[in-house]
Design a protein around this ligand. Structure first.
Ligand SMILES: CC(C)(COP(=O)(O)OP(=O)(O)OC[C@H]1O[C@@H](n2cnc3c(N)ncnc32)[C@H](O)[C@@H]1OP(=O)(O)O)[C@@H](O)C(=O)NCCC(=O)NCCS
Length: 294
């Protein structure tokens, strides 16, 4: 692979693997100083992000003008699909073609891998990015919600259910099949790279049943993946969430990229979840059969 990519300005595109994690963190944060939703990262969090989401630094790009970093974009790579993430250009450099050059560079990298299906998410109302993605052939797939629940004194009734804890291997086994094409962050690969994954399997008196897999971080529950195997999804969601929060009353909860038309959502709202913001999921190309049937 060439160590340098040509673009239509004085900008050179260099593989991100030629920079330290500290340098990548710094340029990423500088491109986001004026971002709609502040999301600064530190080096440890960026390293964890790279690991969890299969970001390949050799195929990710930094835009350089002389010795100055001007922008960054990262590529996640999994079987038959790639993901574009962490795209940003310094505010002072915008509207000079750097964002587009970075995007085209990542799409070239994906094509070199023989992958023609590209995924990304963009925060709703981020017009510059949304327009850029449309220009490059991405189309909207749906809306995704980012939800939070503080460890409040929100009162709720514990649903009557037979609840069984799922060990990591059982949770990973359940999330591994039959869930269609999920947003990148919620694909089974993301959780399989994460620490402290476990789950709950619930059966209600009327025979409804379902499961929830999650990651328990020090202060936060996150990365929920769930399924209703039988019964009403909203009832099932309320049941597994009431058991989860009963078990961890002091933890904050943050979950990303829940489909806006997910029938489990009423159960989340009843348990005190609130919408933080929305993203639009966009794809380029069509999901290959291997993903649709997954
Ligand atoms: C989105 C972003 C990367 C675009 O970078 P950029 O270098 O300014 O973009 P370019 O100059 O290459 O523009 C390419 C295309 O993007 C779109 N675009 C860029 N800025 C735009 C704006 N302010 N309004 C509308 N469209 C815009 C246009 O389609 C443009 O093509 P055109 O020049 O033919 O009109 C940049 O605005 C940015 O870093 N924003 C903050 C971080 C961010 O939003 N990242 C994306 C997260 S999903």
């Amino acid at each position: 692979m060439p160590s340098q990519f040509e673009s239509n300005t004085n900008i050179r595109l260099i593989p991100a693997s030629q920079f330290s994690i500290d340098e990548l963190t710094s340029i990423y944060n500088q491109t986001r100083v004026d971002y709609m939703i502040p999301m600064p990262m530190n080096a440890a969090r960026l390293a964890e992000y790279i690991e969890m989401y299969d970001v390949v630094l050799e195929r990710s790009l930094v835009a350089m003008e002389g010795e100055t970093m001007r922008g960054i974009a990262m590529l996640g790579v999994r079987a038959d699909r790639t993901w574009i993430t962490r795209l940003g250009v310094l505010p002072s450099t915008r509207r000079s073609g750097v964002g587009e050059a970075l995007m085209r560079g990542l799409l070239d990298q994906s094509a070199q891998l023989g992958v023609e299906f590209n995924m990304l998410e963009v925060i709703k109302n981020n017009v510059p990015a949304h327009q850029l993605f449309f220009k490059l052939g991405f189309y909207e797939v749906g809306e995704l919600l980012i939800l939070r629940r503080p460890p409040s004194n929100h009162s709720y009734e514990l649903a009557i259910a037979d609840a069984r804890r799922l060990e990591r291997y059982e949770a990973l086994d359940l999330i591994g099949y039959d869930r269609g094409t999920q947003p990148w962050t919620n694909q089974s690969e993301s959780l399989s790279h994460g620490a402290d994954i476990s789950g709950l399997y619930l059966t209600l008196r009327d025979g409804s049943r379902g499961w929830l897999a999650y990651q328990r971080q020090k202060f936060t529950l996150t990365h929920f993946i769930y399924k209703t195997e039988a019964g009403d999804p909203a009832t099932m969601a309320y049941a597994f969430l009431s058991h989860l929060h009963h078990q961890y009353p002091r933890l904050d909860t943050y979950i990303e990229n829940i489909q806006a038309n997910d029938p489990h959502l009423p159960g989340f709202y009843k348990m005190g979840y609130v919408e933080s913001f929305r993203r639009i999921e966009m794809w380029r190309g069509s999901p290959p059969a291997s993903l649709v049937s997954k």
